[in-house]
Write a protein that binds this ligand. Structure first.
Ligand code: URA
Length: 429
């Protein structure tokens, strides 16, 4: 088999067979196929597409390129969730303990933030002592005893994706449904859970800018996951507005704690209930409606918050920071942003808001950059809210006052105002 022929076949719009796809993924992972041929094939896939069958084989090959976690000891109880990434998206911090409090086994490998999006691992590391790296045995043991364990992605999981993603990033081949679907699902399937809920974000702060594109990606990921023998559901949710009120690592932990204590309702609570209910419905084999009641009760009764504390303690985190969130890292400087005019906030460019948080030190521009756990944004107003001129829209937090000027400019340039009442945006599509 020759890579040249595989590239040519895809360039002509023909479907690749299983052997050809595996030849490519295995050869590229081993280093036998050079980057220029792999990138030519990725580009041909972007231009010509793939059938669901081809995408399923590509996913399977990516999954098998490294370790595959065996969660079979948990039977149908093993669950996982994945978000395609966004701004203020701290849903995993809430959904994981809720689901574990109801008997699910959440064995989760999460990522770090990059660019304008946040990552669960960074948020958890704002809790002193929390270990995001564990041996495979410790990981499984924690899931067994506590019902939840959240660690960073092990280097041995789906190495083909690691190489391919870095290549796609620099060859304009990221935004392509079969390549994104196989990249995400290859990793999720390798992580081993039987039931998976995908939170596919749509809007200015997401990868998929339109609901239609997000739906196509969601459909493909469900198809591929199902073909590989997993139960997969997806929600397409709004990322044209930051989720919740806080953006930034420890600020997001604070907000997650508020939701788990039953002190905060609204968009974040509703999306978490929807995601958690779907997972509970899958592992308990009951309706989503019935699951919703159980999820709400777990939060109201304090069971979910108790589970969060148990989980954080099991991974070495300082639980007193969860009990008293004033102990979490806080940036020493704050700056309020006042509205420049009277009117309704008609749109928030959510990528811009995420970049503003990064400018404050909450995110990284390049992989490996260090982050400031206490930095970020607290939003007092969001899309649909009325603000009077001079009224507070947000508070910025940073460790260096010099960061406020650029961040403020980025924040204000991300907002649009209107005289007309715009209404609250739809949350779940
Ligand atoms: N996230 C991934 O893991 N892979 C992609 O291709 C896009 C987003």
């Amino acid at each position: 088999m020759r890579m040249y022929d595989i590239i040519h076949k895809k360039r002509c719009g023909l479907a690749l067979d299983e052997a050809e796809i595996r030849f490519f993924v295995e050869g590229y992972t081993r280093g036998d196929i050079p980057d220029y041929q792999a990138s030519a094939l990725c580009m041909a896939i972007c231009c010509r597409g793939m059938t669901s069958g081809e995408t399923a084989v590509l996913t399977d090959a990516i999954m098998r390129s490294g370790d595959v976690v065996d969660l079979s000891m948990f039977g149908d109880l093993s669950v996982d969730k994945h978000s395609t990434g966004g701004v203020g998206d701290k849903t995993s911090l809430i959904v994981a303990p809720v689901v574990a409090s109801l008997g699910g086994k959440m064995a989760k490998m999460s990522g770090r933030g990059l660019g304008h999006t946040g990552g669960t691992v960074d948020k958890l590391e704002s809790i002193a002592g929390y270990r995001t790296s564990m041996t495979r045995e410790e990981f499984i043991e924690t899931v067994k005893n506590v019902g939840v364990c959240v660690v960073g992605q092990s280097g041995d999981l789906a190495p083909a994706d690691k190489k391919l993603y870095a290549l796609r990033d620099v060859t304009a081949t990221v935004d392509c449904v079969p390549l994104i679907a196989s990249s995400i699902m290859g990793k999720k399937l390798a992580a081993g859970a039987k039931s998976i809920v995908l939170d596919v974000k749509a809007g200015s702060g997401a990868f998929m800018k339109t609901v239609d594109d997000a739906r196509k990606l969601a459909d493909e990921m469900i198809r591929v996951g199902t073909m590989c023998g997993r139960n997969v559901r997806a929600l397409v949710t709004n990322m044209d507005i930051p989720l919740g009120h806080n953006v930034g690592n420890s600020l997001e932990v604070v907000e997650a704690v508020r939701v788990l204590r039953g002190e905060q309702k609204g968009d974040l609570y509703e999306i978490c209930v929807a995601l958690a209910s779907n997972l509970v419905s899958m592992f308990k084999k009951i309706s989503v409606q019935e699951s919703q009641l159980m999820v709400a009760k777990s939060i109201e009764s304090g069971a979910a918050f108790a589970k969060m504390k148990e989980w954080i303690a099991a991974q070495g985190g300082d639980v007193s920071m969860i009990e008293d969130t004033l102990k979490l890292p806080r940036a020493p400087y704050s700056r309020e942003i006042a509205s420049p005019c009277d009117g309704y906030i008609s749109h928030m460019n959510t990528e811009g808001i995420g970049l503003c948080a990064s400018l404050l030190g909450a995110g990284r521009v390049n992989k490996g950059d260090s982050i400031d756990f206490g930095a970020g944004i607290e939003l007092a107003k969001k899309t649909g809210d009325y603000v009077g001129k001079g009224e507070k829209i947000a508070t910025l937090h940073a460790s260096n006052e010099a960061l406020f000027a650029d961040a403020k400019e980025k924040f204000l340039s991300s907002l649009e105002f209107s005289d007309k009442k715009t209404g609250k945006p739809q949350l779940i599509f």
